[in-house]
Design a protein around this ligand. Sequence first.
Ligand code: DP6
Length: 351
Amino acid sequence: MKSFSFTIPPKESSVNSGKIDVECPSNIALVKYWGKYENQIPANSSISYTLTNCKTKTFFTFQKSTEFNVAVTLDGVQKEEFATKIKKYFSSIEQYLPFIKEYSYEIITENSFPHSSGIASSASGFGAIAKALIKMRDQLFPEKEFSQKEIETSFLARLGSGSASRSIYNGLVVWGNNDGIDGSSDEYAIPFPYQVHENFRNYHDTILLIHEGQKTVSSTVGHGLMNNHPYASLRFNQANENLKKLIPILESGDFKGFIALVESEALTLHAMMMMSSPYFILMKPNTLACIEKIWNFRKLTNSNVCFTLDAGANLHILYPKSEFEHVQSFIKNDLLKYTENGNYINDSICF
Ligand code: DP6
């Protein structure tokens, strides 16, 4: 694995205050991160597509202060619990940004996706905060050269939320050490470093909101249940192998290989949940109903549409741009009735 050292700035700066606007997209994993060690070190490598429309916008202000404080407003509402979480996060990264507790912060943040959608906001949320912190470091020390900004942003984002490390780059992004991927690291994500066929450079992700609102089991708890999981080591090896298998699939444009691997990853993630102790199920009956419809549609029409899942009930429907019209009418005619309120999000990946 590549070794890396964070460029640590001084503690004192003559800059008293500043304002930073950033935005960061969410991402959808194709090979899933599920299980981690201390300090947000992933138990296996993962790869995701960075989305376009689902993103977080953050307006970040900092002011020199004798009291270190963080206030957070999300979609217009003050959020105590987020403020506490971010304050804790800032304290945890003080070793990399020694100035961090010399200021107090106001963080105003907006998600482009509906708050109730259950879409992971931690990836785009922590990605945006990490971007703001790296910009703040630049503003505090304008005379200094910081040469590895993207890596450092991804590194800091990872310490907030693992999947956030991948949201720093566009396109296909790898996080976690994999001996088949040059430059991969457990500490930060990198853009997928190999050839990607046209077939996979213009992709669509339509997210069906099958269940809106809070999940019954958080990702943090789910990751924790991979400790002492009877299938953990098999799963971690499988994920690393799947990522290696994806390299020639992405290079050659092999839709069938992509579909088989991506759907298997989604179902394996949920199988791990069902085999955890205590066990749990995040899919809903309508998630399964949609999966069956997708399989039937594929069989009947030879389409290359497939699905993946996050740690939740909502289905991500993935398909190439060339099939946009065809799959959109399938979604509208056959799948929307399985959503809770008829809601869905059309997103895309283009790089
Ligand atoms: C199923 O990144 O949300 O979406 O590191 O605890 O914040 P923390 O977990 P998080 O886990 C994401 C899990 C996943 C798979 C993935 O995105 O790779």
